[in-house]
Ligand binder design. Structure first.
Ligand SMILES: [Zn+2]
Length: 407
C-alpha cells in the first residue's frame, strides 16, 4: 500500500493516519509489503521529514505511478509526458509500417491513429492538458508526413490541411471540458464534486487569477470559446449537446489558427488560395500513393520547381526563373501548369479533355485564379475526379519533358 500525501499542511494528519493504518493492520493480522510502501511529498519540502509504518521507516520517493499517471513532486508531468510520448511513438511506427507497406487505406490509418495512438497521448489529459506540448503535436504531423509520403521540408500546415487534422491540444481541451461537465452533474456527496466546489470557491475568491487551480483552465478554455456563461451558471439548455458544442467551437478555432499560420508563410501563397477549409481532401483517399504525392507536392509548394529549390539555395525570388523555357518567368506552380511554353501541347490536350469529358466549356478563357482552383484546388461541381485524373496526366507528361531539360 502507498499513501499519497497531498499538500504540505497535512503531514501531521498523515503521520497519524499511518499510525491508525498500522494499528488496524496488526488488529486484523495483515502485513504491509515494506518494500512497496513509500511516501511522496508534494510541493515545498520542509527539512527532511521521516515517516514510519510501525517500526520501519518509509522511503521518500520522487515519483509515483498512480492509475497509470506518473506524478512527480512539483506536478511538472515531465516523466509522465516522456513515458506516454515514448509509447505513442512506438505505436505510430508500427501503424505506419503496417499502413504503408500493406497498402492499408489512408482512412484506416487515420482511424488507427485515433483509436490506438491518440488515446495514449491523451492519457490523464483532463488534469495536465493545459501544458504546451510540442512533441505531442509533432508526432501527429510526423504520422501525416509519412502517410502522405512527402519530404521533411513539407510545411506543417499543408500536412495538417490535406488530412484535416485538428490540434492535439484541442483534443485535450475537449477531454477536460467533458470531465468538467461530468463533475457538475455528479451527486453532491461525491468527493470529487466536493473538492471541485471548494476549488471553484477559492478560484473566484482569488479573482480568477490562480493558474494552479484546476478551475482556471476550465474557465479559461470556455471563455476563449465564448462559452463563459456556461461556466458561470454550470447549466445549459436541456437540448444542448455540450460535447458537440465544444467540439464545433474548437474545430472553428483550429481552422482559424491554421489559416493565420498560413498567412505567415510566403511559401504557401498558392496553397492558401486553393485550400480554405480544414478538412480531409478527397484525392488523398481516392488516389494511389504515387499520384496523390504528386498532387500534394504541387499544391503545397514543396516540390522540384525552381521557386522552391531556389529558396533552399538562397536565390532571390525574382531570380528563380524557369530553366526549361528560358522565358525569364519565375518557375512556380502557376508557370508550370498554365504558362510554360514547353508544355503547350500537353496543356492544350488537358484543356480539350476537360472541355469534352467534363463539359466545362470556357475553362481556357477563365482567369488564372479560377483555372488554378479548377485544376488543383476545389475542382468543378461533381467533376472533381475526372479533372483530377486529367491534371495528373498532364503533370506526368510535363515532368517527362522537364526532366530532359533540367538534368
Ligand atoms: Zn518555363
Amino acid at each position: 500500500m502507498s499513501l499519497l500525501l497531498f499538500a504540505d499542511d497535512i503531514v501531521l494528519v498523515a503521520e497519524k493516519m499511518l499510525e491508525v493504518v498500522y494499528k488496524y493492520s496488526t488488529k486484523f493480522r495483515f502485513r504491509f509489503n515494506r518494500e512497496k510502501s513509500n511516501v511522496m511529498i508534494f510541493g515545498k519540502k520542509r527539512g527532511e521529514p521521516k515517516f514510519y509504518l510501525g517500526e520501519s521507516e518509509l522511503k521518500v520517493i520522487q515519483e509515483y505511478k498512480y492509475l497509470g499517471v506518473v506524478l512527480d513532486e512539483n506536478f511538472s508531468w515531465k516523466t509522465h509526458l516522456r513515458k506516454i510520448l515514448d509509447k505513442a511513438r512506438k505505436r505510430t511506427r508500427a501503424l505506419c509500417g503496417m499502413g504503408i507497406r500493406e497498402g492499408v487505406s489512408v482512412k484506416a490509418v487515420l482511424r488507427g491513429w485515433e483509436v490506438l495512438v491518440r488515446p495514449i497521448l491523451e492519457y490523464g489529459a483532463e488534469i495536465w492538458g493545459e501544458k504546451k506540448w510540442k512533441e505531442g503535436e509533432n508526432l501527429q504531423i510526423e504520422l501525416g508526413r509519412r502517410l502522405l509520403g512527402v519530404s521533411k521540408m513539407t510545411t506543417k500546415q499543408v500536412i495538417q490541411g490535406e488530412l484535416g487534422l485538428g490540434k492535439i491540444s484541442s483534443r485535450r481541451i475537449i477531454l477536460r471540458l467533458r470531465f468538467w461537465n461530468k463533475i457538475i452533474k455528479m451527486k453532491k456527496d461525491r468527493l470529487v464534486y466536493k473538492i471541485y466546489k471548494q476549488r471553484r470557491e477559492e478560484f473566484i475568491k482569488g479573482e480568477k487569477k490562480d493558474k494552479k487551480n484546476w478551475c482556471y483552465w476550465t474557465w479559461k478554455h470556455l471563455k476563449d470559446l465564448h462559452l463563459e456563461h456556461i461556466w458561470e451558471k454550470e447549466k445549459f439548455e436541456k437540448r444542448t449537446n455540450f460535447d458537440n458544442l465544444v467540439k464545433k467551437a474548437l474545430r472553428r478555432k483550429d481552422e482559424e489558427e491554421w489559416r493565420e499560420e498560413m498567412e505567415k508563410k510566403r511559401k504557401l501563397r498558392l496553397y492558401r488560395r486553393i485550400k480554405t477549409r480544414l478538412v480531409l481532401e478527397d484525392y488523398i483517399v481516392e488516389l494511389d500513393r504515387g499520384k496523390r504525392r504528386q498532387l500534394t507536392m504541387l499544391r503545397g509548394g514543396t516540390n522540384y520547381l525552381r521557386i522552391e529549390r531556389g529558396r533552399w539555395l538562397g536565390e532571390r525570388e525574382e531570380d528563380r526563373v524557369c530553366n526549361v523555357c528560358l522565358c525569364q518567368e519565375v518557375e512556380d506552380e502557376k508557370h508550370f501548369l498554365l504558362a510554360c511554353p514547353m508544355y503547350v501541347g500537353e496543356r492544350a490536350e488537358m484543356f480539350a479533355r476537360i472541355r469534352e469529358e467534363c463539359e466545362l466549356e470556357y475553362v481556357e478563357s477563365m482567369d488564372e485564379e479560377w483555372q488554378l482552383n479548377i485544376l488543383i484546388g476545389i475542382g468543378w461541381r461533381g467533376r472533381e475526379r475526372e479533372i483530377r485524373d486529367i491534371v495528373i496526366d498532364y503533370i506526368r507528361k510535363a515532368n517527362e519533358i522537364r526532366n530532359k531539360y533540367t538534368r
